[in-house]
Each structure stands twice: as C-alpha cells, then as structure tokens.
Write a protein that binds this ligand. Structure first.
Ligand SMILES: C[S@@+](CC[C@H](N)C(=O)[O-])C[C@H]1O[C@@H](n2cnc3c(N)ncnc32)[C@H](O)[C@@H]1O
Length: 345
C-alpha cells in the first residue's frame, strides 16, 4: 500500500495501525463522545442509541458475516451491479476524459468489497487517483488496507479513521477533483431531515466536474426487507446486542444480555426498517463511566437503527432538494437496489 502523510485533520490508518499507538487524546475524545451519546440517548422518553456505535471490532466482524447471509440481499445485489456496470460507472464518475488526477473518497468504506471492482477497473484504464477510504471503525479500515496492499499493490491509498462529519470537513478543505462514494445504502440510516442536511453538506463543496455515487436500497416486498434485518441464524440479533456488550466493555455497564432481545420491523408506509433492543423484564443497569443507573420497564425498547428504503422518484426529489442532479441511475434486474451518480445541480 502506498500511503501519503498529507491527510491533515484526522488520523490516518498508518498512525493508528497499533491500537496501543492511538493518540490518547483521540481515544479520550472517542470515549467522551460515546459517554455523552449514551447519557443523552438513555435519558430520552424513547431510549435511543445510534447505529454508528455498532461498529467496534466485534461489530465490524459480525457485519462481515451479515453481508454473506442468504437473507441480506443489499451487498450481493450492489456487488452484482458493480460487476455488471463497472465500465459505465467509471465513465460516469470521470466526466472529463482527461487524465486529471482525482481523489476517490469513500465514506463508511467497510471492507470495500464492491469498491474493489471499481478500483481495479480504474487502475486497468490508467486513471490517476488516490483512494481515500474513511470509516469510524479502525478494525474495518485495517482489514481493508491490508487486503488492498495484497490485491492492488499499485493503488495509492490514504485511509482515514474518522466519522462522516470529519470526513466532510476534510473533503471541503482539500483542493482537486473529487469523486465521493457512499455505498451499501448507508444513506438509509439517516432520519429524513438529517439525510437532507448531510447531502447538502456533501454537495456544497463539490465543483461541476466532481461526482457522487450513492447506493440506495429500493422499496420492495416488505417480507424480503424484513428478513434481511432478522436472519434465521441470528447474526443480526448478535450484531444489535453487541452494542450493549460494547457498553459493558467500554463504559463498565452491567447489561445482562440474557434479558435483552433483538427486534426489528419494516414499516412500508414510512419505508423504514426500525431495529430495537428489548428489555425482557424490569431491570436496572448501572454504567460506571457515567456513574449512573438507568431503569428499564419490562418490554421497554432502545431504538438502535433506522434503515430507510427508497423509490426512484424519492431519490430524484431528494437529490434536487440537496442541490444535486442525477446523471446516471443504475439498477439491477429485480429493482432491488440503485447506484446513483449525482453532480452539483
Ligand atoms: C453498513 S456498513 C457498509 C460498508 C460498505 N460501505 C458497504 O457498502 O459494504 C457501514 C460502514 O460505515 C461505517 N460507519 C457507520 N457510521 C459511520 C459514521 N458516522 N462515520 C464514519 N463511518 C461510519 C461503519 O463502520 C461501517 O464500516
């Protein structure tokens, strides 16, 4: 892997390759963010924790398993879309046929499984670019960087461990042509107002030749959608419950996982999957790092994830509201998923 030291505002993976080398300031900040988030979320009338905290090392490992589940169609479908349309995708992302170098920035890159198809194609067609995968999960980025080093050693990579907002600040500060990828329907995890704000912030620093590629999970048979978030093997349940195990590990909480359940449902009216952790009895949980206990009634829920599904007209309307226009709309034969290329309007 060739890695540059030019990333300024967040931690590059090189500087974070050993957990013990994490700058203590960054570690402390992350812990403070988690503490604040949990304290606020568990004080609400409807208790809430963000899906962004699913992805500690164990969560990232479980998500790898989810992506391989028979019920979990999004990864498989987007992978097929990328395989089939790689050439058209690459063309749509590079509107000026020049060899102008560009940054290929990916938000929430995960294991980069699908992105590698595009990366390989771009390298084969002699594009000059630097791949900048951004992820909040250090484990996910370490895995990605290691696999890229083996599979595509000629690729220039600058991994950044950061959250989306930090990545957007970095992107805005960086001169040069940019292509931004936001795959896997991560966009579906935002509530509608936050989604629009996020897209507007993403669009604002883009120049006319910059491009965005966003993966949207499409509305389909509600049972197909629900099954993807409630698999028969219980891996998604383990993924959701790991959030409580993470709070036990990192904040000294005493959640007894034997008395919590994963529950999920798809609401076709809202086009949203909502996932919860359900307290199966009256219980109190102490969180040492907050020096506080929280009461849970029997069958009370903690809301942990939204996963919105879209229609093509909704996607076009959303793009327009965010100051973007759709240049290409790739979808699969079943109309399960869409990868949409956007440009500043
Ligand atoms: C559903 S996975 C998708 C991974 C990959 N994009 C794909 O399509 O397979 C979400 C990824 O986004 C990362 N992520 C979630 N919330 C994030 C945030 N707020 N900032 C940065 N990364 C985030 C997670 O660590 C995880 O790797």
């Amino acid at each position: 892997m060739s890695s540059s030291a030019s990333v300024s505002a967040a931690s590059t993976l090189d500087s974070l390759s050993q957990p013990s080398e994490l700058p203590s300031e960054t570690q402390n900040q992350e812990l403070e963010n988690l503490k604040r988030h949990v304290a606020e979320g568990l004080r609400r009338p409807q208790k809430t924790l963000s899906s962004m905290y699913f992805y500690d090392d164990e969560g990232s490992r479980l998500f790898q398993q989810i992506m391989a589940l028979p019920e979990y169609y999004p990864t498989r479908t987007e992978f097929q879309l990328f395989t089939r349309h790689q050439s058209a995708l690459a063309t749509a992302l590079r509107p000026t046929a020049t060899q102008e170098p560009f940054f290929l920035l990916e938000l929430g890159a995960g294991d980069g499984l699908k992105t590698k198809i595009l990366l390989r194609h771009l390298l084969e067609t002699n594009a000059t670019f630097t791949y900048v995968p951004v992820d909040i999960s250090e484990a996910a980025l370490e895995g990605l960087a290691a696999s890229l080093g083996e599979e595509l050693p000629e690729l220039r990579v600058e991994p950044i461990v950061a959250d989306y907002s930090e990545a957007l600040r970095l992107m805005a500060a960086r001169p040069g042509r940019k292509v931004v990828l936001f795959l896997g329907s991560n966009i579906g995890n935002f509530l509608p107002p936050d989604r629009l704000t996020f897209l507007r912030n993403l669009a604002a620093p883009l120049s006319p030749n910059d491009r965005l590629l966003i993966g949207f999970d499409l509305q389909k048979n509600p049972r197909t959608i629900r099954a993807a978030y409630d698999d028969a093997q219980g891996v998604t349940a383990a993924f959701n419950l790991n959030l409580l195990a993470r709070l036990n590990r990192e904040l000294g909480a005493d959640f007894d996982l034997a008395h919590w359940q994963h529950y999920t449902d798809y609401d076709p009216l809202a086009g949203a999957v909502r996932s919860y952790l359900v307290s199966t009895r009256t219980q109190a949980v102490h969180i040492s790092a907050l020096n506080q206990s929280f009461q849970f009634a029997a069958w009370e829920t903690i809301h942990t994830e939204n996963s919105y599904k879209f229609t093509a007209p909704q996607i076009k309307a959303l793009a327009a509201e965010a100051g973007l226009s759709v240049t290409e709309f790739f979808t699969d034969e079943q109309n399960y998923f869409a990868d949409v290329v956007l440009r500043p309007a």
